[in-house]
Design a protein around this ligand. Structure first.
Ligand code: FAD
Length: 375
């Protein structure tokens, strides 16, 4: 065998595994069916701006070891995710915090905000009691009980319906278990200790992780698997698990996102990286303005152009990009059956979001790649 490992997929999981294998003195061949490395973290340069081609990626973690590790490869900038919601032309800060409550009701103190929310929650409880309903029967009822009518109708309803392609009254209540609210003026979306974007974009990080590996792009492992298998002692497969087995038990389902990316002849289109459109009538869920991930303050105007992406949450069909697994009972059961087949495969390790049929943020993806024993 020419290599110790054949790594199928040059995404974050495959690249992190490759880095570790190289550190252990192993040789790696990394292949990807796309024409670039990085998987979904890949950034494309447009007008000198790193455009997140497969959706906005913000690195965030509480794991100090992972944070130190990624920063040892490339310094991360000070980007702090603080999305804004646009509902019928009026702007609200996210996540729900004192700024949001002030914009919604004009309340100025935590006590006033808490009282307003409680008043609206009590209305929702009373309404369900009148209908003889003990437990919320759908997402709408659940959200009304948790947060009240104003925030639900303006900031949750339309956005959620676009995301899932279904009315909130038809979605199960368990999708929203909690709706965190903060009674402080703090628009930082994540609760994690560390967040940022690699300076120069994610490609720099991926290139560092893949240093010393042989990489071949534009090749699909499954189209020639016997020949690839002859190249290495061990395979690390990070593609879709059902596709690996030729869908012999059936298809796993996903949700996908369609991106409409446009260069705008202005230095600053919306003044923020992420603006959510929370009304149902606007067909996209968010507009991402990519330059704000990496330029701050007066630097924003140095580039007279900007690039935006409108995101449309879309039903998935075979052949489309699989983005979000639909982890309902039916799909999870099917996935477990595929895992049984995978366990019987000799010399193949299945890992990453596609093979594990699970949504992982970037840091947990790396944690999982770090957890694998390398002999
Ligand atoms: C829209 C969206 C937004 C996200 N935003 C964030 C965020 O803000 N913060 C965050 O932490 N995480 C975010 N994530 C999650 C992040 O993208 C994942 O954690 C990460 O991409 C997982 O890496 P991976 O290597 O498992 O998968 P991928 O990045 O999908 O890489 C898998 C690779 O395998 C290749 N491949 C598959 N099958 C084959 C085959 N048969 N032959 C050859 N190559 C193959 C694919 O082409 C792909 O390049 C987001 C995800 C999505 C979908």
């Amino acid at each position: 065998m020419k290599y110790d490992y054949l790594i199928v997929g040059a995404g974050l999981f495959g690249a992190t595994f490759a880095w570790r294998a190289r550190q252990a003195g192993k040789t790696c061949l990394v292949i990807d069916r796309r024409e670039h490395t990085g998987g979904n973290t890949y950034c494309e340069q447009v007008e000198g701006i790193n455009v997140h081609r497969y959706g906005a990626h913000i690195f965030h973690t509480n794991n100090e070891e992972i944070w130190r590790f990624v920063n040892s490869l490339v310094p991360f900038n000070r980007y702090t995710n603080s999305p804004v919601a646009n509902y019928q032309g009026k702007l609200y800060n996210l996540p729900f915090n004192m700024n949001t409550f002030y914009q919604m009701w004009g309340v100025k103190t935590p006590a006033e905000a808490a009282a307003k929310i409680e008043e609206q929650r009590a209305e929702a409880r009373q309404l369900l009691q009148q209908q003889g309903v003990a437990e919320p029967r759908n997402l709408e009822e659940q959200a009304l009980l948790l947060i009240g009518r104003d925030i639900y109708e303006k900031l949750i309803k339309g956005y959620t319906e676009k995301q899932w392609g279904r009315a909130c009254t038809e979605l199960p209540a368990f999708i929203i278990r909690r709706l965190p609210v903060r009674f402080v003026f703090d628009n930082n979306y994540f609760n994690d200790c560390f967040q940022g974007i690699p300076e120069g974009g994610y490609n720099v990080l991926i290139n560092k992780l893949l240093e010393g590996c042989e990489v071949r792009l534009g090749v699909d492992y499954l189209e020639n698997r016997e020949a690839w298998n002859e190249q290495a002692n061990q395979i690390v497969y990070t593609g879709e698990i059902d596709r690996y087995f030729d869908y012999r038990l059936g298809h796993l389902e996903w949700r996908t996102v369609r991106f409409e990316t446009e260069t705008m002849p202005t230095s600053n289109y919306q003044g923020n990286a992420v603006v959510n459109y929370t009304e149902r009538e606007i067909p996209y869920t968010r507009i991402i303005e990519h330059k704000h991930f990496e330029s701050f303050g007066a630097d924003v105007d140095k580039n007279p152009k900007t690039v935006i992406s409108r995101e449309y949450s879309t039903e998935w069909h075979l052949g489309m990009e699989p983005y979000y697994p639909v982890n309902d009972e039916k799909n999870d059961k099917l996935y477990k059956q595929y895992v049984e087949l995978a366990n019987a495969e000799k010399n193949v390790l299945f890992g990453g979001r596609l093979a594990e049929y699970k949504y992982y943020d970037m840091a947990p993806t790396m944690e999982r790649a770090f957890a694998i024993k390398i002999d």
